[in-house]
Ligand binder design. Sequence first.
Ligand SMILES: [Zn+2]
Length: 270
Amino acid sequence: MTGPPGKLLPLVAALLCGAVLAQAAQPADHSVTSAAPAVQTSTRAPLSIPVVRKPSPAGPSASQQPPRRSGRTSTSTKTSTTTAPDDWNLTKHGKVLYLTFDDGPQKEWTPKVLQVLAKHQAKATFFVLGREAAAHPDVVALTRAAGHRIGNHTWDHPKLTSLPEGKLRQEIGTGVKSKCFRPPFRDTNAHVEAIAASYHQRQVLWDVDTVDWSKPGTAKIERAILNGARPGAIILLHDGGGNRSETVAALDSALAKLTRQGYTYRALPC
Ligand SMILES: [Zn+2]
């Protein structure tokens, strides 16, 4: 094969040049657009999700950096200048569940949870500990790559309300960068919530506690998920903190049943 006839060369060059210019005109920042779906107004009252109001879009979290641990408090995430629709009206999507997993990432069990989620085409939110995320950045990357979202569960999982101001800020500020924050042990108050808000992180609790961390048996965890399922419910599970074989098994069987009931599973806009 030979190159194009000489006559075509200027045309080819012009086309290539145009393509390059067109590409250059694209916005470089891929993280500014909102992934918020167009929604209908809901006629249901939202579930009681204690949250900090924050006008922030649910942007795609692709290629967010793993947490840097240097002892300093991180600066806040950038804020949008536009007001996004309220993505936190979680009941508006119908039969959608918001599965959340705390205390990871963990090298053995987080990938198993990811496998089950993939099997059921489920997206979820992982509230990770800063210290674990720093130890297993590959698992965090795997989680993000699969389309899940990451939330901040502090650096070291302390009871926050008993901490002095500086330590409280350090625990929240050195956790992973996210739009969402979940206090360990549900130990929170207005002050903790305000500190999280100063890092542009919305406090997210849960509607259904499966108590899976206590290893009550696969059947009990599954029943807690099934009994708690309703449109928009946030369900608390754990991928970290020990052997999570019961959680993985319960998740698999519960999702099979819930999917047959018409449920789908989304990540929170963290
Ligand atoms: Zn926890």
